[in-house]
Write a protein that binds this ligand. Sequence first.
Ligand SMILES: [Ca+2]
Length: 252
Amino acid sequence: MKRLNKFSSLSLIVALVLAALPTATAFADALGPVTSAVAVAPNPVTVGSSATVTATVDDTTTDGSTIASAEYSLDAGATWTAMSASDGAFDSVSEAVTATFTASTVGAGEACVRGTDSVGNVGTEVCAAFTVQSIYTFRGFLPPVRATNNAQAGRTVPVKWFLTLTAGRTPVSDPTAIVGVKSYEVDCATLTGDSSTAVVEKGPGKSGLKYQGKGRWMFNWKTPKSYAASCRMMFVEFSDGSTSPEVLFRFR
Ligand SMILES: [Ca+2]
């Protein structure tokens, strides 16, 4: 009887310990959600304008948790910014996500997106390339300016060029598009110089800038006499940060 009691007590302890354990081990989600369909629109986007990055973040094949958040990076993952659920709430295993940003730098861009599930698993980022275009496109200098020019320092040089919007090639007639005609000194033999020393050139009168119609502009460049016996690179700068190609002036 005493022996049976001991056995009963042990059974009771085992039963209590088993009862204290969870009836089933909780299912562990160790995988971050899968990102797909990353896209930037419009593409190309014009610098200074807004663009939308969209993607799908889905945990269906990565242990099935609800999507908790998504974020995007425009600088190869150095910084991340939160995105929104397209339907307004992160409450599904698969979410369409969206964010709007302003295109700030002309050239090639890349938008990367990644999602996080409700357990905190961060998925692998997926990226899409896009292009940021200038507002204005310089379509070339017109005669007499050429790639290489000889000029008398102190004389006025008519600098003519053709400017359009990048989108649609519409002629630009707005003078605020033009920051100015600039130049910087270069070595006459090696043609090397420091473009950061470029100065805004002056016309003979108030501005010297004239619109001649159909996207054609003329600037009467009153070259300083101090440019004698030197060489300079000249270019036109526009308000979107873009510039014309540089042309060489050899001054007598
Ligand atoms: Ca997951």
